[in-house]
Design a protein around this ligand. Structure first.
Ligand SMILES: *[C@@H]1O[C@H](CO)[C@@H](O)[C@H](O)[C@H]1NC(C)=O
Ligand SMILES: *[C@@H]1O[C@H](CO)[C@@H](O)[C@H](O)[C@H]1NC(C)=O
Length: 318
């Protein structure tokens, strides 16, 4: 009698256990769409990190959105990146003061570097040739785009030369690269690059559709209008950097927006020496451009979340 009751109860006990398990996984709220937007390839990732919630990718660990966890350094004075809750995410807030632009007296946006976790940073300095960076960005409702502004992207080079590879610099350009995203008039998106100034790099960049331009400051606008930002919604950007072999032009930079590959830059030379490596994210945002016509027309904001990075060990060609 007792045995029969027990046997009859077994399925119920198992079912209760299964319910507990599934409730646990429901609580985790795995977000496969966000996951596929941050890590859009089926490559093997190692030493990775992400501040995104609900993302479970092999080789990628969860970290809090904080300066210490992300190895934030060289933070520009007079700017802030306050931690806030925005649209369901923990985010860093950028404030673009009215009249602010890159070299304006009024400061706006923010500027620093992200090394990533210690494990990630060590793998980069050891010479990792492939890396995936990612983050989500949302512009305030009715954002006034004016002529454009910078958004974060990967960077690298030889030692501290890497950190001077922007703002129109021409010297030592074969020892550094800077691969930020930009918004332009009406929210048009593009990749804004500083690469070694070779004819091969110019040719490779100018052929990226729908429109690519060499700018007067020696930076290239690559794939302008291949995606467009609208204010008031989250966009998830992934940038995959594959370093070239030092003597070859086989480097690559790919950009995905919300999981869709929008920019494919191939056959470039990011370096001429194996001492030049990816160093992290140039985590910067501001209006400009270096003249006041670029300035933010009003005081307005944007938010940055889901900050991620991972080393790619087995590359596939995209
Ligand atoms: C980040 O990396 C740079 C270059 O290796 C190093 O000088 C700096 O101390 C690191 N900062 C943090 C906070 O990890
Ligand atoms: C971005 O906007 C421009 C201008 O309206 C348009 O020509 C282009 O097709 C848009 N790009 C995409 C990918 O929708």
């Amino acid at each position: 009698m007792f045995l029969t009751t027990f046997l009859l109860a077994v399925p119920a006990i198992l079912q209760a256990f299964a319910l507990t398990k599934s409730r646990e996984s429901l609580n985790f709220k795995r977000d496969t769409s966000l996951q596929d937007s941050l890590f859009p390839t089926s490559e093997t990732y190692t030493a990775g990190f992400t501040t995104a919630e609900g993302v479970q990718v092999s080789g990628v660990s969860s970290v809090p959105l904080s300066d210490s966890a992300l190895g934030v350094y060289k933070v520009a004075s007079e700017t802030t990146h306050e931690l806030v809750q925005q649209g369901g995410k923990n985010a860093w807030q950028a404030v673009y003061n009215q009249g602010s632009y890159s070299s304006g007296g009024t400061k706006g946006g923010f500027s620093f570097y992200v090394n990533g976790t210690t494990e990630f940073a060590s793998a980069l300095s050891a010479g990792a040739y492939g890396v995936m960076f990612g983050y989500s960005v949302m512009f305030e409702q009715n954002f006034q785009w004016n002529m454009g502004g910078k958004l974060p992207g990967g960077y690298g080079g030889q030692g501290s030369l890497a950190q001077a590879c922007s703002g129109g610099r021409q010297d030592n350009r074969d020892e550094c690269f800077d691969l930020r995203i930009m918004w332009r008039t009406d929210g048009a998106g593009e990749l804004y690059t500083y690469l070694p100034l070779t004819q091969g790099n110019a040719n490779a960049q100018l052929q990226v559709p729908p429109q690519s331009i060499q700018n007067p400051d020696y930076g290239f606008s690559v794939g302008r209008g291949s995606f467009n930002f609208t204010s008031g919604v989250w966009y998830t950007i992934a940038e995959r950097i594959i370093l070239n072999d030092p003597s070859q032009s086989n480097g690559e930079v790919h950009v995905w927006v919300n999981g869709q590959n929008v920019i494919a830059l191939k056959g470039v030379q990011l370096r001429s020496s194996s001492e030049s490596v990816v160093q992290g994210m140039h985590f910067i945002t501001f209006f400009g451009g270096s003249t006041s016509s670029w300035a933010s027309l009003v005081t307005q904001g944007a938010w940055f979340a889901d900050i991620s990075g991972a080393i790619i060990t087995s590359t596939t060609l995209y």
